[in-house]
Design a protein around this ligand. Structure first.
Ligand code: PNS
Length: 172
């Protein structure tokens, strides 16, 4: 079976969660090359800088040889065209994601009809999960074990000026 050459998985990744990582792993099996593309999204007042988010993703994706991490500014379809990508990959968690994702997919198709957006359903255990939720739990001193890839935890607590919660204290 010949695989589509290049796909882009865009997002803020502030920080990358286990839900994102699950999509990255599954998408990396479908495409020859997967570019994880970090958008600055300053309107969301990110916790991590773009450089930090990329460094975390690079560490998390180190064992996936066909995954590369980049950042982009401006229109996603322009970046996709520059990289020769044929597909944009998006993760869908629940019905609540659908309206906004449909709007973005149709806008991107209008801007650039040759690029196809495909949706991958999030693993059921991560349906509730978001980067904002993870940041709130960590900010309030809770454990994010299992909610983010292991490598993310020290970055998160350090950035928030918190110590890593003890294993015995884990409630989630
Ligand atoms: O992880 P997020 O914050 O939901 O990701 C949103 C993202 C980065 C995929 C979206 O904001 C985006 O595509 N930004 C690029 C700007 C753009 O192309 N806008 C027009 C089409 S919607």
């Amino acid at each position: 079976m010949s695989r589509i050459k290049t796909a882009i998985y865009p997002g803020s990744f502030d920080p990358v969660t286990s839900g994102h990582y699950d999509i990255i792993v599954r998408a990396s099996r479908l495409f020859e090359r997967l570019i994880v593309a970090v958008a600055p999204n300053p309107s969301k007042q990110p916790l991590f800088t773009v450089e930090e988010r990329m460094a975390i993703l690079q560490e998390v994706c180190a064992s996936l040889p066909n995954v590369q991490v980049e950042c982009f500014e401006g229109l996603l379809v322009d970046f996709a065209m520059k990289r020769g990508a044929q597909v944009i990959v998006k993760g869908l968690r629940a019905v609540s994601d659908f309206d906004h994702e449909l709007q973005m997919a149709l806008t991107n198709r209008r801007l650039c009809p040759q690029i196809e957006t495909i949706f991958m359903m999030t693993n059921s255990e991560y349906v509730f999960l978001s980067s904002s939720m993870v940041k709130e739990i960590a900010r309030l001193g809770g454990s994010v074990q299992g909610l983010v890839p292991k490598a993310v935890e020290p970055y998160l607590y350090r950035k928030l000026g918190k110590s890593l919660p003890n294993k015995e204290d884990n409630r989630g």
